[in-house]
Write a protein that binds this ligand. Sequence first.
Ligand code: PHE
Length: 332
Amino acid sequence: MLQEIATRVEEIRKKWEEDGRRVSSLKELEEVRIRYLGRKGLVTALFAALRELPPAERAEAGRLLNALREEIQGEIERLRTELQAAAEAERLRREAYDFTLPGVWRGVGKLHPLTQVRLEIERIFMEMGFDVASGPEVETDYYNFEALNIPEDHPARDEWDSFYIGEGLLLRTHTSPVQIRVMKSRKPPVRIICPGRCYRRDTPDATHFPVFHQVELLWVERGLTMAHLKWIIEEFVRQFFGPGYEMRFSADFFPFTEPSAQVHIRRRGGPWLEIMGAGMVDPAVFEEVGYDPEEVTGFAFGLGIERMAMLKYGIDDIRLFFQNDVRFLGQF
Ligand code: PHE
């Protein structure tokens, strides 16, 4: 009967209003759609009942049913659009990048400026035909002093306030003991450099530190003169610093060289900085290692690596090299 159909349509509409309101996801919406409009849905079942009505009532009942179905269908479409938009917004929110956040910085390591300078010095001298030698940092009194013509009571020892660490042992005060070690183990000609760490009981200031680095150079052969020494140093300074630097030789004294010199460098217009002691190997040293001073001559120098780096990079305090502050170290 038409009346029954109309009542049923109202019931379903009420129920739908509640069910429709409760839907909160696309999945729930699909479940509700099937419950109302699916093949066995509530609305679909009513359409089946139409056939049992008298023909005169069918048109009116059909109109009521169609209206209900369209209403529900329209509402479902509206909800679907809404829920899809919400899901999309949620997805974008979840996948969004915040481009204003700082990135994850992976620092790139670098060699310490003193290592860079040492490698550059080694490169220059290796290209000139020098070998790289080495010796111990804990040295005996004999190699550090005695064999270098600095006997026990020699006043020159005062120049090297040293770290003694027991019977006849000390932290080497310079790389010159390597000269002795090399000459005792090889026959001339000898052409070596020896970079290494040295220690002196110095009070730290802008140009002194108790730990520092030197490069020793030794060239022994027939017929070498002070002119060769000077050329080697000039050529080295030219290659290492390039233009814009000045060099100064002056007389000095070392027990193991005769004559002896010191070399100062400055950036044109800047202050002079002593970078090395140098000289012709003293005959007493040759005799000590078993070389004949009538046969060979030679020269040596000891170069301060920190001071080379300070001049090259314009660093005015040697202590910066040893503070391990990456803000400083990273600049080179
Ligand atoms: N060993 C000297 C020093 O440390 C430098 C030097 C080396 C001088 C070689 C002459 C020859 O001061």
